[in-house]
Design a protein around this ligand. Sequence first.
Ligand code: ZN
Length: 181
Amino acid sequence: MPSEKDSSVVILATRRRREPAFIVDSMLGSLARWLRMLGYDTVYAKGWHDSRILDEAAATGRIIVTRDRGLYRRALRRGIEAVFVSDDIAEALAKLGATYGIRLEIDPDRSRCPLCNTPLKRIEKSEVKGRVPPRVYEAYNEFWICPRCGQVYWRGGHWRGINETLEEARKLLAKMLKRRR
Ligand SMILES: [Zn+2]
């Protein structure tokens, strides 16, 4: 959580009633998938021109997340909220945690589909039979499905790697908040 001593973060947190929503530039496809898994409404602007990204952000209040300094500056000049991030996932997530207080923990009941941004729904184990490999069906009891694209999710072998990245992000966040005091 943001430090209470950091007044800019507190003001942002109180002004923003709903959860932040993002628009992520072409260079950050992986970060877009992470934000969706963490449960944040995220548009991946793959192949979009800067002007379309800026217009979309201005019209919807989405925060621009970018690695493009030119786009970042154009956003600020237009008074559009934007954040410049590293291409390191843990660092980028930590920065978004420090700036917008995003959760750095995955709760699949709140996750969105990393492929299409639709909120996932829990699904009974019996309903995924035949839709996942038999060894997965045997090994896991909790499943989620994307109602839009039909992709089924479970906490598989990759879950450990995901948690390691988030653990690193939380450590970096703690350091960033300490530095601000
Ligand atoms: Zn989907």
